[in-house]
Ligand binder design. Structure first.
Ligand SMILES: NC(=O)c1ccc[n+]([C@@H]2O[C@H](COP(=O)([O-])OP(=O)(O)OC[C@H]3O[C@@H](n4cnc5c(N)ncnc54)[C@H](OP(=O)(O)O)[C@@H]3O)[C@@H](O)[C@H]2O)c1
Length: 258
């Protein structure tokens, strides 16, 4: 299937590793002009060169801390200047820390808000002037399966992602007339550094992963490319009538019916 992504300008945030990197690579392989952003410029440049070599497509790397308003504005302005317009925005960021509700103070809540909720509002607003004139666009937010089924110690993530779900519904409603779709992709357990760090340390990684996989109907932890495939489809022309949705990529792990 030709996803008709050739030449589309796609911004992928938090893309120096993990889910963001896999999304950037898949979009680039489909012919999109990808601009990646995260904080560590050295790492980002390395990843841009790596994806570029693999996909034979140019990748532009712009350093940005998505929790900082001025850096986000500069990122969007530079990205828009690079190709003149923006077609696809993938909102992604690092995840907030895991712990019990009672252990988080105001500072931790504020950081999670800036990183995982306010950043989505800021970028989505900032890309509008560049998407509207092109006659359409795609906004895709990477959130978490915890919006469908509670996950222990994930109160900061859950609270912020629920905000993104509500905001995406509102944005889908308001941006529909501009032919801009807005959707959320909710990972279950996908093997990235973030997940590796949460595995129990008293057994080897393979044993720990097998143990975790027992709770997943497909019997394994997911691969970042499996999530990237959905994001790339949602970014495509073929996904033109899907908006306001939250779609899980979790191997069937969530037992919630709605
Ligand atoms: N993997 C999963 O199974 C899973 C499940 C549920 C939810 N999620 C969520 O999905 C998102 C991505 O997770 P991941 O597993 O890909 O994590 P990861 O492998 O740890 O990668 C995190 C990426 O985010 C970037 N980043 C972190 N803080 C940033 C900031 N302030 N500004 C810009 N970039 C930033 C990092 O680069 P720098 O450090 O250089 O900035 C890195 O590229 C997270 O929000 C996570 O909570 C993941």
């Amino acid at each position: 299937m030709d996803l008709k992504l050739t030449g589309k300008v796609a911004l992928v945030l938090a893309a120096s590793k993990g889910l963001g990197k896999a999304i950037a690579q898949t979009l680039a392989a489909e012919g999109a002009k990808v601009i990646i952003g995260s904080r560590d410029k050295t790492e980002l440049d390395k990843v841009a060169a790596e994806i570029s070599a693999l996909t034979r497509n140019k990748i532009v790397a712009i350093a940005v801390d998505v929790s900082k308003s001025d850096e986000l504005s500069a990122f969007i302005a530079k990205a828009a200047e690079t190709y003149g317009h923006i077609d696809i925005l993938v909102n992604n960021a690092g995840g907030p820390p895991f712990d019990k509700f009672e252990n988080f103070d105001d500072g931790a809540w504020q950081k999670a808000f800036d990183l995982n909720l306010l950043s989505v509002a800021r970028t989505s607003k900032a890309v509008l002037p560049y998407m509207k004139p092109t006659g359409g666009g795609r906004i895709i937010n990477i959130i978490s399966g915890s919006v469908k089924a509670v996950l222990a110690n994930s109160v900061l993530s859950t609270a912020m992602r629920m905000g993104v779900v509500g905001m995406a519904k509102m944005m889908a409603d308001e941006f529909g007339p501009y032919n801009i779709t807005v959707n959320n992709v909710a990972p279950g357990l996908i093997l990235t550094d973030r997940i590796k760090h949460t595995l129990p340390k008293d057994v080897d990684t393979e044993t720990a992963m097998k143990e975790k996989a027992k709770a997943i109907p497909l019997g394994r932890i997911g691969d970042p490319t499996e999530l990237a495939a959905l994001v790339t489809f949602l970014a495509s022309q073929q996904a033109s009538y899907i908006s306001g949705q939250t779609i899980q990529v979790d191997g069937g792990a969530s037992r919630a019916i709605y």
